[in-house]
Design a protein around this ligand. Structure first.
Ligand code: GKR
Ligand code: MG
Length: 429
C-alpha cells in the first residue's frame, strides 16, 4: 500500500516540566523548565513526534517554520534543512544560551536546535509509515541497548519555601556523603554503572573530595566531573592531577579551545566537551589543536539525528571519541538519543541523561533504564506514544505562567534563595 506522506498539519505545544533544584555553576534549575513538543501529521493521519528546547526564542522560530511545512513531504528532510528561516545573528546578539551551559549561542545553532525537533518528527513519521524503527532509517542498529550514566547533581532538599514546585523526594546532596547517597539511589533505581557529577558549584577541593568518595564507593566504575568551564587552566590541571587515577574523563573543565588545548597538553586525562565543540565550525581548531578527546553531542543543537551521525564520522576520522550529554529533556528526546546512539560505531562512553530527574513526561509509557541501559526499540518510528492529557496539562501550566518560567534562567532561580547572586564571571576558580 502506498501512503500519502504529505504534511497536512504541524502542531507545536510548549510545555513546562517539573524540575528539581539541581545546582550548576550558573545557579540552580527553576521549578519548571520549558520544552517544545512538535507533532507533524501526514495526509494519511500518521503523527511524528519531536522535542526540543522550549524557550521563547526557539518558539519564535518554530512557529513560522511549522506554518511552511504543510504540502511538503516528511521524506524531504534535506529540504527541511534548506528552508531559510531568516534567522541571523541579530536573533541571538552574541548572548550565551542558558547562561552559557550550551556553549556560545549562534544564529545557526538556534536554527538547528529548532530544526532538530522537526527532523526527529519527520523520521518518526517515516518510520511509522514504513513500519520501521528510526534506527533502521539511519542504517540500522549496532547494539540492542544504549548505556547511560547516572547524572549526579548537588542539590538542596527542595526549591525555596514559598516557591510553587512539585514535591521533591530526592533529598539534599551538598557534600561527598550526599553525592554518594544520590549515586547509590540512582544506581538502585536504574542500575547505572558509571557516574557523572555536575561540578563548578563548590570550590574544586570539595568536588575533588566528592569524586574521591564516589571512587571509594564504586571502585572501578567510570567517573566524570563536569564544572561547565568554571575553572582556570591552572585549576583544571590541578584537578586532573589529583583525580587522574579515577576519572574516565574531565568534561569542560575550562572555557574555549585555547584553554582546553592548554589543559589537554598538560594532562593525560581525556577532556570531553559539550561546550567547546558545539557546531561543525568549531571542530577544525579544536581537533587540530587536540583540545578535546571526546565530543558529547546534543542532537538538538547539532541539528538532529543524521547530523549527529555526521559528527560521529568526523570524530572517528580524527580519532576523537563520541558520546552524548543532555539537558533537561523528556522521553521523546531520550527515545531519539537512544535510536541514534544505537547506530553510532565506536560509542565507548555511556551517554548522559537528565531523564531520571524528570517526574513528568508526555508519553503514555515512560522509557526505562535497566542495568543503566535503555533497550533500543524496534517498534515503528521512535516507538513512543503521546499522552495527550499530560501534554494538555503541562501546556496549561505554560499558558498560565506569567512568563517568568518560559525562558530558562538558573541565575534568577538562584537569586530567590540567595538575593545577591550574580551570574559568575568565568573562570570562577
Ligand atoms: O542541567 O544544569 C544542567 C546542566 O549543566 C546542563 O545545562 C548542561 O548543558 O548537562 C549539560 C552539560 O553536560 O554540560
Ligand atoms: Mg557538560
Amino acid at each position: 500500500m502506498t501512503r500519502d506522506l504529505t504534511i497536512a498539519e504541524v502542531r507545536l505545544t510548549p510545555i513546562l516540566v517539573a524540575d528539581p533544584p539541581l545546582l550548576n555553576t550558573q545557579g540552580v534549575h527553576q521549578p519548571y523548565t520549558p520544552r517544545l513538543i512538535v507533532e507533524i501529521v501526514t495526509a494519511d493521519g500518521i503523527t511524528g513526534l519531536g522535542e526540543t528546547y522550549g524557550d521563547t526564542k526557539y518558539l519564535e522560530l518554530a512557529r513560522p517554520l511549522a506554518a511552511r511545512l504543510p504540502g511538503r513531504s516528511v521524506m524531504d528532510v534535506n529540504g527541511l534543512f534548506a528552508i531559510d528561516l531568516g534567522v541571523d545573528e541579530s536573533c541571538v546578539q552574541g548572548e550565551v544560551d542558558a547562561g552559557g551551559l550550551r556553549g556560545v549561542q549562534s544564529a545557526d545553532k538556534l536554527r538547528l536546535s529548532v530544526l532538530s525537533a522537526f527532523e526527529v518528527a519527520c523520521l518518526d513519521a517515516q518510520g511509522k509509515a514504513l513500519g520501521l524503527p528510526v534506527h533502521a532509517l539511519l542504517g540500522g542498529k549496532l547494539r540492542d541497548a544504549v548505556e547511560y550514566s547516572a547524572y549526579l547533581f548537588y542539590k538542596p532538599a527542595g526549591h525555596p519555601a514559598g516557591v510553587p514546585a512539585e514535591p521533591d523526594h530526592w533529598g539534599a546532596a551538598l557534600d561527598p556523603a550526599g553525592v554518594v547517597a544520590q549515586a547509590r539511589e540512582l544506581r538502585r533505581r536504574h542500575g547505572f554503572g558509571s557516574f557523572k557529577l555536575k561540578g563548578g558549584v563548590f570550590p574544586p577541593d570539595e568536588e575533588i573530595a566528592a569524586v574521591r568518595a564516589l571512587a571509594e564507593a564504586f571502585p572501578g566504575h567510570p567517573l566524570r566531573l563536569d564544572p561547565n568551564g568554571a575553572w582556570s587552566v591552572e585549576t583544571s590541571l590541578k584537578v586532573a592531577k589529583e583525580l587522574g587515577d579515577v576519572l574516565e574523563y574531565l568534561e569542560d573543565p575550562t572555557l574555549g579551545t585555547p584553554a582546553m588545548a592548554e589543559v589537554a597538553a598538560g594532562t593525560g586525562v581525556p577532556l570531553a566537551t559539550n561546550m567547546c565543540v558545539t557546531t561543525f565550525g568549531e571542530i577544525k581548531e579544536a581537533f587540530t589543536r587536540d583540545a578535546v578527546q571526546v565530543v558529547l553531542s546534543d542532537h538538538h543543537y547539532w541539528g538532529g539525528l543524521r547530523r549527529t551521525r555526521e559528527l560521529a564520522a568526523i570524530c572517528a576520522a580524527f580519532g576523537v571519541g563520541i558520546s552524548m550529554h543532555s539537558n533537561t529533556h523528556l522521553g521523546i528526546s531520550l527515545a531519539a538519543m537512544t535510536q541514534v546512539a544505537a547506530t553510532v560505531p565506536g560509542l565507548h562512553h555511556a551517554c548522559d541523561s537528565h531523564y531520571p530527574w524528570q517526574s513528568e513526561d508526555v508519553l503514555t509509557e515512560r522509557l526505562r533504564f535497566t542495568d543503566g541501559r535503555v533497550v533500543v526499540s524496534d517498534a515503528p518510528g521512535l516507538g513512543v506514544e503521546l499522552d495527550r492529557d499530560e501534554l494538555a496539562r503541562l501546556h496549561r501550566r505554560w499558558a498560565e505562567d506569567d512568563g517568568s518560567l518560559r525562558d530558562r534562567d538558573d541565575a534568577a532561580a538562584m537569586r530567590v534563595a540567595e538575593p545577591g547572586w550574580r551570574q559568575p564571571v568565568m573562570p570562577r576558580w
